[in-house]
Ligand binder design. Sequence first.
Ligand code: AMP
Length: 194
Amino acid sequence: MGARKHTANRVVLLGPPGSGKGTQGVALAQHLGVPYVSTGELLRAQSGHDTELGRAVAARINGGDLVPDEMLLDAVREPLAAAFEAGGYVLDGFPRTVSQAQYADRIGAPERVVYLAVPDDVARQRVAGRSAASRADDADPDAVEHRLQAFHSETEPLLDFYDDRGVLARVDAAQPPALVRAAILDALAAEGRP
Ligand code: AMP
């Protein structure tokens, strides 16, 4: 009997808007039987509250800017802690900065970080295509540009951060969703670098 390959189940999905993090993340969490946490969803829920925090979060999201760490942690600390304690998780949209990655390390580092790579033009087209589905930050081209910029300047440094420790896998996310899903599962079953 061959040794059964370990499949990583503490997984972070990284990628620009429109890379399919939500679609793939929900399906993957179901497949692995672990919690799915989208900080974007948690923040959008927060932004619906008529409070100072809710209004401040809404302004950032609608402008396509990252929510500053203090505000972010107010909204996501507990669901993140619960996911980390569950022993496995799929995180969509967190961490998005090196300081957030350091926070994640303190509560339970990911075993595998999957980078869903799509060119900016594909990202723009996909976001425009779903913009009728009522997200103000999808419908506003300026907000979409800010989100792409934030990805390049704040989140891309995480690719080296996680590659240096041998847990990064790059997946071509411009492919059809079923192929992306298969590539993600392959990446989770593959050995990381020692
Ligand atoms: P998403 O649903 O992942 O596209 O996120 C939508 C928006 O939520 C982003 O453009 C940010 O304004 C905010 N957001 C989500 N996750 C984070 C995070 N980890 N750090 C800062 N802002 C975030």
